[in-house]
Design a protein around this ligand. Sequence first.
Ligand SMILES: [Zn+2]
Length: 461
Amino acid sequence: MNRTLLYFLLLILASCQTAKQDGTSIYFAGEIVNPTNDEIVLYKGDLVVDTAQLDGENRFAFELDTIEEGLYHFYHAPEEQYIYIEKGDSLQIRLNTVDFDESLVFSGSNEVVNNFLVELFLAMEQEEELVYSYYALEPLEFVIKIDSLMDIKLKNLDALIEENELSPSAYKLAHAGIIYGSYISKEAYPFYHKKKNKDKTIHDLPDNFYDYRKEINYNGNGLTYYRPYYNFMKYHLGNLSYMSCKKDCAMKPEEMGKQLHFNQHKLKLIDSLIPENELRDNLYRNVALDYLLKYDSEENIEIFINDFQKLSGNNRHMREINNLYQGIRNLQPQHDLPEVWVQDVDGNSVSLPEIGKGKEVVFYFWSGPEQRHFHNMTRRINYLKEKYPNYMFVGINVRTDKSKWMNILETSNLNKTEQFWTKDFEDVAHTLVIYDPNRSIITKDGKIVNAFANVYRSFPE
Ligand SMILES: [Zn+2]
């Protein structure tokens, strides 16, 4: 649908917005067409607020007595989307999982800001390629393009608040989505520009290029779990770390890429910029995950973990980070494959070491509802099978209903003896340290050869 038309429709919809209920309780209900799961989980940040089951007509409802105002998200596996809730809100959604985000429509109190957030999400997704093409431009031209994309969205928001009443915090959220979504591109510009133009060095930037940084809010304040803001913070820290290393450490560019050193810069920056709060903990966690998953030497990892402990020993994610660290150590070459249990098509339980015994195996992972990933993965695996006939390629299906998995096996030409299903994704993800959907594990006779392989990058063409 045409974007202007859609905004127009939203304005019409908005004008018949229903009133809030009295009191502080909230009501959130809706209908899921083509459900991929039988429940909806409501989250505030990384905490589950409540879970609702779908009824026979695929409808669900949450009624919550007291609830903190702000940004939430609801999860209908494997997808999720934001919902902004204020006291007394009564909100309904309708969505079709075939086009999850595109089909999502809110109605009820606060429908205006919620529909705007979805619209903004889709607009940004649609602009990604365009913005990527702008990275080739010179700095000033680039800024003009990016600012004009931002201005269109800000004007739409202005038009929205002329016709509707938006609370100050709802407005702030929508506004933050627009500006931080746009600032990300500016933080990324020096690096993408260099890459796109195959430059040897980072481009000199005009003095006012980073002027918007004066407006950055480092407190999180209700935005910590909002992607445009959080992703901005990640890019921003990456940019600042690179620049300060370049300036202060007099490193040669090739040395700057060294993981430990660069990540130490990031830790220090978070310490100096972000006050003690959830945002700070999450950003620290992000640096740790990023670093640990790229696997450096054991010695370097220990230095990193020590630094981390000093700066953020009481991090709310400390247990996860320690487990990850332990998990990674267990997955080093020559170690035995961990005892992870999966099921074959006949429902028999088999452990990964059993599957790998006496063979060279590449384990890879896929999930039923993620069709694009499944198709790409299948194509890639078929190619690799021909190229590397000495390996057995074993698919582990995760996060899929068992009957759905069986259905896919029937209709997709996969070799059933090479396919396994797992019920407990959390356990598998945790033990095998799966954060990347293209991750694969190469083993020989049940022992690990490379537990951090990637189906696209780890097999020479
Ligand atoms: Zn440095």
